[in-house]
Ligand binder design. Structure first.
Ligand code: FE2
Length: 244
């Protein structure tokens, strides 16, 4: 019987992670990024069509499940900011992603010749605290045909979807060929969604990264986030059309 692994939004721990990740020079980079709006990206075809019962910010373990998910344990967190760099409280940040086999929890999200990892939660969410902070414990997403490694992230304020975007891992060779990433805003915006992930401690296999999300005041156009094209589903997969 496993116990629930709850991740508190502990500011001291988060700051410690930030220091580890950036070598102590994070203040400067946070300031610079606060001026860059996080670019939008397609929602893709695999936003869950049935949400899991467990929707917490620990995707590594389903509550009551017998084991942890397969894959490289990866933590990330940061702050949700407005364009002036002010933290945004009480927004909901959603995360959905492929498991270690490249499969999503979507009913048509199993890749050809692969099996879904039943221990992986596949989707989670967290509400930002007074400092705008959020964090997730999850795995590094598996690679699937036509894409580089990526997380899907959405930000909601009340019932309004403010942003749909994707997060990437620096140094992954497929990044350079990824059509969705290449079409995400300006060079500076693109750089803001490609983050360094480092071992959480010396010799550890577990990774940690930081990512501040910067949103404007305009809610998203629902049609735009589902549009095909450079942001559409990858070729060569069992690809259902985007949600109607
Ligand atoms: Fe995806």
């Amino acid at each position: 019987m496993s116990t629930r692994f709850h991740i508190p939004l502990n500011r001291r721990r988060l700051l410690h992670s930030l220091l580890l990740t950036t070598g102590g020079i994070f203040t400067q980079s946070l300031y610079a990024e606060a001026l860059t709006l996080t670019p939008r990206a397609t929602e893709g075809p695999y936003y869950p069509d049935h949400l899991p019962l467990d929707q917490d910010n620990d995707l590594l373990q389903i509550t009551g499940g017998p084991a942890l998910a397969s894959g490289v344990v990866t933590n990330f967190g940061g702050r949700l900011l407005n364009a002036d760099g002010k933290p945004i409280q009480d927004a909901v940040i959603e995360l959905w992603q492929a498991d270690a086999n490249g499969c999503y929890i979507h009913s048509r999200g199993t890749q050809r010749d692969k099996e879904r990892d039943p221990q992986f939660q596949g989707y989670g969410k967290i509400t930002t605290n007074a400092q705008g902070e959020y964090r997730f414990r999850t795995i590094k997403p598996g690679l699937y045909t036509g894409r580089t490694i990526h997380w899907h992230v959405a930000v909601k304020q009340g019932d309004k979807r403010m942003l749909t975007t994707q997060l990437f891992v620096a140094g992954v060779p497929e990044n350079d060929r990824d059509g969705i990433l290449r079409n995400m805003g300006t060079d500076q915006q693109r750089l803001s969604v490609i983050r360094e992930f480092k071992p959480i401690s010396t010799g550890s296999q577990e990774l940690v990264g930081t990512w501040d999300i910067v949103i404007g005041n305009t809610p998203e156009d629902p049609e735009q986030r589902r549009r095909k094209g450079p942001g559409g589903p990858p070729p060569g997969n069992r690809t259902p059309p985007p949600r109607p």
